[in-house]
Design a protein around this ligand. Structure first.
Ligand SMILES: Nc1nc2c(c(=O)[nH]1)N[C@H]1C(S)=C(S)[C@@H](COP(=O)(O)OP(=O)(O)OC[C@H]3O[C@@H](n4cnc5c(=O)[nH]c(N)nc54)[C@H](O)[C@@H]3O)O[C@H]1N2
Ligand SMILES: Nc1nc2c(c(=O)[nH]1)N[C@H]1C(S)=C(S)[C@@H](COP(=O)(O)OP(=O)(O)OC[C@H]3O[C@@H](n4cnc5c(=O)[nH]c(N)nc54)[C@H](O)[C@@H]3O)O[C@H]1N2
Ligand code: SF4
Ligand SMILES: [Mo]
Length: 729
């Protein structure tokens, strides 16, 4: 055996016959790992490996990345031909690209001419390339002129973007992963890093191996992250703002704040202080479920650490106080002077591989390059650059995704184009979404997979190339722009999203208006021009595809002539509000969640598992990922299960005010007696139950807070029947 005899090289990897490695970036989560895909002699993709000299992942990948080349296999459900049907319940017929695009163009024109430009709406994603986002934005705002254009990032990062803008005057996470190597205290709110961003977690663990500092995890559930933390604060769902206000109270009361930093760089301290007076730890503990001593202890730890940082993900964003939660985290970091220094940050861990790219360049919430519709100067600049009349742009952003769908119910919106998002599984209260989609006069679905649930309701399906079947950039959590080189040709007749946008632009623009470059690199060069400027933080003009690949990703801002990008924002304490200061924003708290009661006694919490990505259009087909988690299940506390009579490995029916779902029961102490947790990856499952009240600032749904009743379901057959019945209403 090799073992023992060859201690220096004990592991022998299987030789897969790779003759060439091609450079890309992972297309799942926002960590932004650099990947090389190995091709064998026949040109088949046979392996994926982490790129050793990439700063983000340093050779590492998680299970999804390691198996990512399997996406290039021809699998059932992968879209390979454009499909069309004239009536919703008719079967699809395969058609040529011309026929599918002509039909789409005709329907967009008909709907806009009949009901007005805004009656046709577009919902995109965080999972296509930045160049594609920019092109879609140009088409939506500069050619079609619909104001009801948004992305699924409203389900994901909207609260972070909104909170950053409110506090700092601009979106953009100010920190980076390297901050772990410098910080003296880290607090994580509603983030399960080991499962959802495994390689960021690995970076944190590496830092901790070299230098010990306290890690505090705030999460109602004992996650993998909570298990490794020094302190776990099992907060009452939806009350992070209360905890953060109380921490600020302790810090101000005990004089642990940095008055110099506040005086020099923050506005509205007095108003903030007045609100914070009310939030003594005792009062707060009654609401947030964290005892007052722990609140004091954590506040002191954080404020006394020479450098402290906060990270957060969906436990904060997906709440009716999502935007306020982000602001509260920013407040904490501002009063303790923890912004823009190594190890000091307010770092939102983003979600999808290119959730940042859409925020930066898609024009969903405004105009490209962090420009807004509300500013005349921004409208003028873009109208000149795109060759459109400035009056063509609306002066205010239109509806968010979570308002677009209800507007279909009320008849304001008649046509919808979905690009790389699957609301039939991912939106709250999916039985309502089903009825909503049925009301549309025209639905076009542009997706890499034709078996995506939303496609059941479409008139036209446009098959898109996936991941490295095309070329372009993603921006990760630490503002790093990284490159996906084209590794394989698109599957079947599917086309890169950029090609599809350009083909529709040609038809819709009739030769007028903006020009649409054909290659991703040409689009990137155009974006660079728009990004340039002393006062623009999102400057990418110093980058090029060649430089990005050579450096394995570059962070913005990277100004013309810069060799590398900047690691952090606001290092000089100058913020993006007109007065150059950050705002300290007082936060009142209104408890408006649906809460457990006698009829629905359990909190329903939802989220993710490591081996699946979202609605499983991709990981559901990667055998070794799916095998780990093939069945819809719920985590339930054993004592609670005994009370309601459900058993480990058995089935249970959950009922909320919205609907029902049946899942397998997994007993665990990870959840408390009055809470269950269900991964949202499965269709007809947790989102049949969720309420999804919206945050008033970001319009993001509160996926993580609602209440349910639980009862045993006889067996799997009964469960299947119940599910089918549920589907019928
Ligand atoms: N494997 C895998 N990785 C992914 C994804 C995936 O689908 N699969 N998706 C990517 C995307 S788009 C995203 S947005 C991220 C999401 O990444 P995360 O946000 O880390 O993942 P979630 O499991 O959705 O939620 C995180 C935690 O929030 C907690 N939580 C619930 N309510 C509250 C609350 O009121 N307060 C606090 N403090 N915590 C609460 C939950 O218990 C849960 O453990 O993951 C990205 N990475
Ligand atoms: N209950 C509950 N629900 C949730 C959440 C939760 O925590 N709990 N989390 C929410 C969050 S944070 C998010 S981000 C959303 C995600 O929700 P969705 O965006 O609806 O889910 P995905 O499955 O990622 O859908 C992306 C689609 O894009 C397709 N696709 C992939 N690559 C390409 C490409 O290159 N081109 C094209 N055209 N298509 C492509 C995929 O096949 C897939 O159908 O779910 C939200 N829903
Ligand atoms: S950590 Fe995220 S980016 Fe890295 S390999 Fe895994 S899914 Fe891909
Ligand atoms: Mo997300």
């Amino acid at each position: 055996m090799l073992f023992g005899r060859n201690k220096k090289n004990p592991i022998k990897l299987v030789d897969k016959g790779v003759v060439e490695w091609r450079y890309t970036t992972c297309g799942y989560c926002s960590t932004g790992c650099s990947i090389e895909v190995g091709l064998d002699q026949t040109g088949t993709a046979v392996a994926s490996r982490g790129v050793a000299d990439a700063d983000v992942n340093r050779g590492k990948l998680c299970i999804k990345g390691i198996l990512e080349h399997e996406l290039f296999r021809k699998t059932a459900g992968r879209g390979d031909k454009p499909l069309l049907r004239d009536y919703r319940h008719e079967t699809f017929r395969e058609v040529s690209w011309d026929a599918a695009l002509d039909k789409t163009t005709a329907e967009i024109k008909r709907i806009q001419e009949t009901y007005g430009r805004d009656a046709f709406s577009i919902v995109s994603t965080g999972q296509i390339m930045t160049e594609e986002f920019y092109t879609l934005g140009k088409l939506a705002r500069g050619v079609m002129g619909t104001n009801n254009y948004d992305g699924n990032t409203t389900l994901c990062m909207a609260s972070a973007a909104s909170g950053y803008k409110r506090s700092f005057g601009s979106d953009g996470p100010p920190g980076c992963y390297e901050d772990f190597d410098h910080t003296d205290c880290l607090i994580a709110f509603g983030s399960n890093l080991p499962e959802q961003h495994p390689v960021i977690y690995w970076r944190l663990k590496e830092a901790l191996e070299k230098r010990k500092f306290p890690v505090i995890v705030v999460d109602p559930r004992v996650t993998m992250f909570a298990q490794m933390a020094d302190m776990h604060l099992a907060i009452t769902p939806g009350t992070d703002v209360v905890l953060l206000n109380a921490m600020a109270h302790v810090i101000l009361k005990e004089g642990l704040h940095k008055q110099d930093y506040i005086d020099a760089h923050c506005a509205d301290f007095e108003a903030f202080k007045t609100e914070i007076e009310r939030w003594d730890p005792y009062t707060a503990s009654q609401q947030c479920g964290v005892d007052e001593d722990t609140i004091r202890n954590v506040a002191r730890l954080y404020a006394k650490a020479p450098k402290a940082m906060s990270i957060w993900t969906m436990g904060i964003n997906q709440s009716t106080h999502g935007s306020d939660g982000v602001v509260a985290i920013n407040n904490l970091n501002l009063i303790t002077g923890n912004i823009g220094k190594p190890g000091s940050s307010s770092l939102s861990i983003t979600g999808q591989c290119n959730a940042m790219g859409t925020r930066e360049w898609s024009s969903c919430s405004g105009l490209p390059g962090y420009r807004v519709l509300e500013k005349e100067k921004d409208r003028e600049e873009i109208s000149k650059f795109w060759n459109v009349d400035p009056e063509f742009f609306p002066k205010k952003r239109g509806m968010f995704m979570t308002d677009i769908l209800p507007a279909i119910e009320t008849g304001q919106i008649k046509g919808l184009w979905l690009v790389a998002t699957n609301p039939m599984t991912s939106m709250p209260n999916t039985s309502r979404i089903r009825k909503t989609l049925e009301k549309l006069e025209f639905l076009v679905v542009q997706d890499a997979y034709s078996d995506v649930e939303t496609n059941q309701y479409s008139h036209v399906f446009l098959p898109a190339a996936v991941w490295a079947e095309k070329e372009g950039c993603f921006t990760n959590t630490e503002r790093r722009v990284n490159l996906i080189r084209n590794v394989m040709p698109p599957n079947g007749e599917s086309k890169p999203d950029l090609w599809i946008f350009n083909a529709l632009a040609k038809r819709l623009a009739d030769g007028k208006g903006p020009s649409f470059p054909e290659t991703a690199e040409a689009v990137f060069e155009e974006m660079k021009v728009l990004s340039k400027g002393e006062d623009r933080i999102l400057d990418i003009s110093g980058m090029s595809y060649a430089k990005i690949e050579a450096q394995r990703g570059m962070q913005w801002p990277c100004r013309e002539g810069d060799e590398t990008g900047a690691q952090r924002l606001y290092t000089d304490g100058k913020f993006q509000h007109p007065d150059g200061k950050a705002k300290l924003i007082p936060l009142a708290f209104v408890d408006n969640n649906e809460r457990p009661d006698d009829e629905y006694p359990f909190w329903l919490n939802s989220g993710r598992v490591v081996e699946h990505f979202h609605t499983r259009t991709r990981t559901g087909k990667v055998g070794n990922a799916n095998k780990f988690s093939p069945t819809p299940y719920m985590e339930m506390n054993p004592d609670a299960a005994a009370e309601v009579g459900v058993s480990h490995g058995g089935y249970a029916r959950l009922t909320s005010k919205r609907g029902e779902a049946v899942v397998m029961v997994q007993l665990t102490q990870r959840v408390s007696r009055n809470m269950v947790f269900i991964p949202f990856h499965f269709h007809d499952c947790v989102n049949r139950l969720t309420l999804g009240l919206l945050d008033p600032h970001s319009r993001q749904p509160a996926y993580k807070q609602c209440s349910v009743r639980i009862e045993p379901a006889a067996d799997q057959v009964a469960a299947a029947a119940a599910n089918a019945a549920a589907r019928a209403y």
